[in-house]
Design a protein around this ligand. Structure first.
Ligand code: ADP
Ligand code: MG
Length: 507
């Protein structure tokens, strides 16, 4: 009946326990625990001395340490804003100071402290927690709650899942606009959310796409819909998963973390590419395997194909890739127009004087070609412009308002496969030739150019590129990249040709 109560019940209504690996890992960090708090105090003193009292108390006073695992320090903060601010401005300083006091630290991960039944909840969260389920889940309440970019009160906005993660009520299936590039993902997501507890239509579902194309939106929608139907759902971002695990280790309740998960029906993990650290990856792998074997539904999203998640263990990759894998493609102009339209309508509902005429919407949807995040940004800017100037939005004011968004937009996500196809067409060979073992000059040159372009235009590592070129070694890729780099400085024609290929791929 009550959220918090429900969580406890979910945890206690347990069947067979999950296999435990955490016990062994606890030992590897146990000796640190006693001194960790003291070491963290020293880090704080250093920061205070370096930055001065004002800066320290504004940004660092509420940072806490959760643990240190596999040379990664896990820090927590109370708000999302503080997390992004610290990441943007103080990531390096935090790392350097942690290194100085905590020993070998090669990474710092910040996460927002989550609502937990083990810790004293914040007053607002408590309000959420005691709200009767029917009020939280009423579809009518959800559909009025579409004020994107608006500071709705936490009570209105937040729903809590079975592990205390806040879900964003704006990100629902109703608010998700379906187009060619995402219809498969949407259909799979809806099907999973609607399936009765215990049935797993596609397990696991793995969604992948570049930034801002709607992965988080779909995952949140699945979590909320499933929860509305009474399923026990745990939604984790990578950092929350890592933090949850580390916090459990720290308080020596690694068991409890697993216990939480064993009572659920659906596990949703977002941004899996950020899961790092050997023990945690191991734990993640065990969790996924155990839950799938226990007939629980798993949904995971990442920014690349499961097989390209280099940091993850081979077996986890193949497990993730072994279910239903769906890519969410780029948003076409029609879809962008509709997403922007939806966002502007939501803003209009909250600001009745704010109107944007269809010409302007069409213009913005045409030039902001990147992703949903930039469309959000554009909508917020139009609103800010209109509010500050007190004038209606015209094409000219819109252009000025979003100018920097258009200029700084990220280049299109280029796929290695597209590079191979384009280069093959240009040089009259087949893509299979490029991937093959053949070493004739007619094939070697396009292959090397394609490798060079893959390095230049994608974030893929050399070994990854090698794998995608018929399982070649990374030294072969490096050789190709160097060779083409050198040749384009010497050969004007080749330079222009490669340049043209680059532009075609990025458009
Ligand atoms: P990702 O997780 O893939 O980086 P998000 O899900 O955070 O992307 O999407 C970025 C923004 O774009 C969000 O505000 C989201 O609601 C919006 N968005 C993306 N795709 C759609 C869609 N098909 N319909 C409605 N909004 C969308
Ligand atoms: Mg996301």
């Amino acid at each position: 009946m009550f959220e918090r109560q429900e969580t406890v019940e979910a945890i206690e209504a347990v069947a067979a326990p999950l296999p435990l690996v955490a016990a062994t890992i606890t030992e590897t960090i146990a000796p640190l625990q006693g001194s960790l708090g003291e070491a963290w105090d020293r880090v704080r003193r250093r920061l205070r001395a370096e930055l001065g009292e004002d800066v320290f108390s504004s940004w660092f006073a509420r940072v806490e340490i959760g643990g240190l695992v596999d040379s990664v320090a896990y820090l927590t903060v109370p708000t999302r804003f503080l997390k992004s601010w610290l990441e943007a401005h103080y990531a390096e300083r935090l790392q350097v100071n942690c290194q100085a006091e905590l020993g070998a630290v090669n990474g710092v991960i910040l996460s927002v402290r989550q609502v937990s039944r083990d810790s004293a909840p914040a007053p607002v969260r408590e309000t959420v927690a005691v709200r009767p389920r029917s009020a939280v889940a009423a579809p009518a309440a959800a559909s009025t709650e579409v004020r994107h970019g608006e500071a709705a009160t936490p009570c209105e906005r937040d729903i809590v899942d079975a592990c205390g993660t806040l879900l964003d009520r704006r990100l629902t299936f109703e608010n998700f606009i379906v187009g060619k590039s995402n219809q498969l993902a949407f259909a799979a997501a809806e099907r999973i959310a609607a399936a009765p507890a215990g049935s797993t239509p596609y397990n696991p579902l793995y969604l992948h796409a570049g930034v801002g194309l709607g992965k988080t939106h779909l995952l949140q929608a699945i979590a909320q819909e499933a929860r509305r139907q009474g399923k026990r759902v745990a939604y984790f971002t990578a950092d929350r998963f890592m933090y949850g695990f580390v916090a459990a280790l720290k308080s020596q309740t690694a068991l409890a973390f697993k216990e939480k998960l064993r009572g659920i029906d659906l596990l949703v993990v977002d941004d899996v590419q950020f899961i790092q650290g050997k023990s945690i990856q191991q734990e993640f792998g065990h969790t996924i395997n155990a839950l799938i074997d226990a007939g629980k539904q798993i949904v995971v999203a990442g920014d690349r194909l499961a097989n390209d998640l280099e940091a993850l263990d081979e077996r986890i990759r193949s497990r993730l890739g072994g279910g239903l894998v769906v890519e969410v493609g780029d948003l076409d102009e029609t879809l962008r127009g509709k997403i922007l339209g939806g966002r502007l309508a939501a803003l209009h509902a909250a600001h009745p004087n704010f109107h944007v005429n269809p010409d302007v919407v069409a213009y913005v949807a045409c030039v902001v070609a990147t992703n949903g995040r930039d469309l959000d940004g554009a909508a917020n800017r139009l609103l800010a412009h209109a509010t500050l100037s007190g004038q209606a939005v015209t094409l000219e004011t819109a252009e000025a308002a979003i100018r920097d968004l258009v200029r700084t937009r990220e280049p299109r996500r280029v796929k290695i496969e597209d590079i191979q196809k384009l280069v093959a067409t240009r040089y009259n060979v087949s893509r299979a030739d490029i991937l093959s073992e053949r070493r004739t000059a007619a094939v070697v040159k396009p292959r090397q150019i394609a490798m060079y372009l893959s390095k230049a235009l994608t974030p893929r590592s050399l070994p990854e590129i090698g794998r995608r070129f018929g399982g070649r070694d990374h030294t072969t890729v490096l050789h190709a990249v160097r060779k083409i780099e050198k040749q384009i400085t010497e050969d004007r024609l080749l330079h222009d040709e490669v340049d043209l290929l680059k532009r075609m791929l990025q458009e």
